[in-house]
Design a protein around this ligand. Structure first.
Ligand SMILES: O=C(O)C(=O)C[C@H](O)C(=O)CO
Ligand SMILES: [Zn+2]
Length: 276
């Protein structure tokens, strides 16, 4: 598991392209037949990707956790961005289709990830944060997630937000998680931008067509930087950073947060005219 330490706001403002990518871009977590994780010291969130083929993949324990199993002191949200599959949590089976979500609570000793058809494998995005209480393991489909459509075609940011793990959905200790799908023709996400010093956030972009990219904006509102992001790549957003993007086509992304509160609406908006 790769470990990423924090960077200060001042450090980030001095970083060149490669340093920004090394610190904030999470690449290569989705590889056929493999499971990979990156540990971020922002709110101690762990970001992962898994593509099981014929053999199930188990979420392993890592020495860095000093635990006897991954979820001994953690919870995890799992969203499928690939073909049909199953999440098996301590022997309980959850069939999960594309855009379905399984939350697995603290104390679950074994989590197995499978694909129904290795020729069209499931692809699991994984987001885990520390937990101090056990909440029940649950499956949510996209339809359970009470979609909210925001933005408009006029401002190229027409999109639908699906919330899965949040105060009125799947219960958790501190994890908040869902996904956003942009309408065809819309390219902007999270514009106008916001920050929430109380929570870090991670974005995982998917369904980005081949040879297209998302220009992800990060940094303090008065000192923005950008990352060019490809399909199935994630971005770590520090609590003080905006997290907005503009695609060269439409695309979708999974967002997830952890920190001081679970209030999705707790955001400090940034006026477009104030961005620098
Ligand atoms: O499209 C959006 O806007 C989002 O999906 C915003 C994220 O959900 C977010 O940043 C939550 O804090
Ligand atoms: Zn946010």
């Amino acid at each position: 598991m790769q470990i990423r330490f924090e960077s200060s706001r001042r450090e980030v403002s001095q970083m060149d392209t490669q340093a920004l990518r090394d610190n904030f871009l999470v690449k290569d977590i989705f590889r056929n037949g493999e499971i990979h994780f990156v540990y971020s010291h922002y709110d101690r969130v762990i970001i992962g990707g898994a593509i099981p083929l014929a053999t199930p993949l188990a979420i392993p324990v890592f020495d860095a956790l000093k635990a006897s199993y991954f979820l001994e002191r953690r919870e995890i949200g799992i969203i499928n961005i690939g073909g049909e599959g199953e999440v098996i949590a301590d022997g309980e089976h959850f069939a999960i289709s594309k855009l379905g979500c399984v939350y697995v609570g603290k104390g679950t000793k074994e989590v197995l990830l499978t694909s129904k058809n290795p020729a069209e494998p499931a692809a699991y995005y994984l987001l885990s944060s520390p937990a101090h209480q056990t909440y029940p393991t649950r499956l949510f489909t996209k339809e359970d997630a009470t979609p909210a459509t925001v933005g408009s075609m006029e401002t190229s940011n027409h999109r639908t937000i699906y919330k899965y793990i949040h105060m009125d959905g799947i219960q958790s200790c501190q994890l908040v998680m869902g996904l956003t799908v942009l309408q065809t023709g819309s390219v902007w996400n999270t514009m106008p931008s916001h920050v929430h010093d109380r929570r870090m956030e991670a974005y995982c972009y998917f369904d980005v067509p081949d040879n297209q990219r998302v220009l992800h904006l990060m940094g303090e509102p008065s000192e923005t930087r950008h990352l060019w992001v490809g399909n199935r790549q994630a971005v770590i957003s520090p609590p003080w950073s905006i997290h907005s993007g503009c695609g060269t086509s439409n695309y979708s992304f999974i967002w997830g947060m952890a920190g001081e509160n679970k209030d999705y609406t707790d955001m400090d908006p940034v006026l477009i005219g104030d961005l620098r």
